[in-house]
Design a protein. Sequence first.
Length: 178
Amino acid sequence: MEKHIQTPLTKEQVKTLKAGDYVYITGTIYTARDAAHKRMVGENKFPFALENQIIYYLGPTPNREGQVIGSAGPTTSSRMDKYAPTLLDAGLTGMIGKGKRSDAVISSMKKNTAVYFAAVGGAGALLSKCIKKSEVIAYDDLGTEAIRKLYVENLPVITVIDCYGENVYDTAPAKYRR
């Protein structure tokens, strides 16, 4: 099913998203990768309020003249798995990346009413066209891994794991084996 959502991503919105839904996100989201996650959790200090927010696992390439941001493809989500439960406990409701998640992350998503979206890997140049504003808000010293506040319009993602634990990575292969 196709759905259009506006941020902030409330728990009520999360409950309406089902694994396999095609979702278009408009509003403010944040970026953070490995180094930023390690710093946030290690310092137990979050540079933005996590409640009802989405983090996109992204380290964009430098922007060319006239562009808001460079290529904006997702990074492998499992690298953030040891940090994700802490962020979910602090109110994060959405994550965007690519690849599978650990059982601990899925359990924390169910406990905290959160969702995991996948963005299409290899389509970073196309995804960057949905990003209308980009501003570094923390950890500038981390370069591409700095935390950015983005404003996106109709960013296309797929709900891979919903807040009930339904997981497309588990269910989709079974459908095609028949």
